[in-house]
Design a protein around this ligand. Structure first.
Ligand code: HMG
Ligand code: MG
Length: 306
């Protein structure tokens, strides 16, 4: 089999930097600066941006500005501005400021579910039922996340069967897409293959996305593996920001800049302007007082000296 036979022609990037990326950053970024970031990402050609989350501000202070962001955003019609909603209250808050789409988030690990959203997996699924019903009424699509698809910071290994069972439930409940989160970034080619084989036996592969944190530096390799298995939707965060506050040691998502460089090298179309993307990464990194966690971005700047 040649590469051209096994890889997709186009890939959709789900940009999670303004949410997953920033939620774990200690430096509080103003709503206005987050809006500038979101606009820069949209201007670079990203057409799906997770722009905030409607969770408890006590749990995740950085996300307290989400309503303000959605209210003030000047939206591009081609872009979906999505929000994370853990419960009905979060959904109603997202609806009040016209989030285009929402995402519910569950886990394949009981302990992580408790630490992250303060309830069991089963209870979380029960909480999602009214959200999906209300979203349907308002014509809002619901994306689903399953966290800890390879391992859990509290429980260790998670079996592919556990992941497949939760992913199937979320898909059957009405999530149009289920994003599989390697929250602590421990996956390798072999473990990702096993997990995707098990999940895609239950949920059609075209309804799945991958969400790799890059803690162990395996994210790009794992994305390439997923693409070969038929995945066409990849989550990533500009400048490799962030992580999950309830997964100790979890570093940022794979950097969007690195994913786009990989895809460009494979002639896979994303519709993204690479230079504008790099600029968005430097904008937010400057605000945070650090360099992007993206080898591509740093190498490009060193070469072009800008
Ligand atoms: P709880 O304590 O079980 O809920 O939290 P509660 O109903 O008892 O409420 C407790 C307090 O939160 C109350 O306030 C509520 O009013 C308030 P208090 O009386 O203490 O002042 N509250 C809310 N406030 C704002 N918006 C809401 C809301 N709901 C309750 N929607 C809850 C349950 C889910 C709210 C809490 O556990 C929480 O906010 N957790 C945050 C989880 C989070 O954001 N984690 C990071 C995102 S997930 C992730 O990063 C993984 C992912 O990227 C995929 C991957 O990498 O694997 C998606
Ligand atoms: Mg994440």
């Amino acid at each position: 089999m040649t590469l051209a036979n096994t890889l997709p022609k186009t890939v959709k990037i789900v940009e999670v930097g303004p949410r997953d990326g920033l939620q774990n950053e200690k430096t509080l970024i103003s709503a206005d600066d987050k809006i500038i970031l979101i606009n820069k990402l949209a201007d670079a050609g990203i057409n799906y941006i997770e722009s905030g989350s409607f969770v408890s501000p006590k749990w995740v202070p950085q996300m307290a500005t989400s309503s303000e962001i959605f209210k003030k955003l000047t939206r591009k019609p081609s872009v979906t501005y999505a929000a994370l909603t853990p419960n009905m209250r979060g959904f109603e808050n997202a609806l009040a400021v016209n989030a285009d789409e929402v995402a519910i988030f569950g886990a394949a690990s009981e302990s992580f579910s408790q630490k992250n959203i303060n309830c069991s997996i089963e209870e979380s699924l029960e909480r999602f039922v009214p959200i999906i019903a209300a979203a349907k009424k308002s014509n809002i699509k619901v994306r689903g996340y399953v966290s800890c698809v390879i391992g859990c910071p509290y429980e260790g290994d998670i079996t592919p069967e556990q992941v497949a069972a939760v992913a199937l439930k979320m898909y059957q409940m009405g999530c149009y897409e289920v994003s599989l989160g390697d929250t602590i970034g421990i996956g390798t080619v072999a473990s990702v293959q096993k997990m995707l084989q098990a999940v895609s036996a239950k949920v059609p592969i075209e309804k799945l996305a991958v969400h790799f944190h890059d803690t162990y530096g395996q994210a790009l390799t794992n994305i390439y593996t997923a693409l070969q298995m038929g995945i066409k939707v990849v989550d990533s965060a500009i400048a490799g920001l962030g992580g999950c506050p309830y997964a100790k040691g979890a570093s940022g998502n794979v950097a969007t800049e690195d994913v786009v460089y990989l895809l460009n090298g494979l002639n896979i179309d994303t519709g993204i302007n690479f230079k504008k993307l790099l600029d968005a990464g430097w904008f937010i990194s400057d605000k945070l007082g650090k360099e992007p966690i993206s080898k591509v971005s740093n190498a490009y700047r060193a070469k072009h000296n800008n």
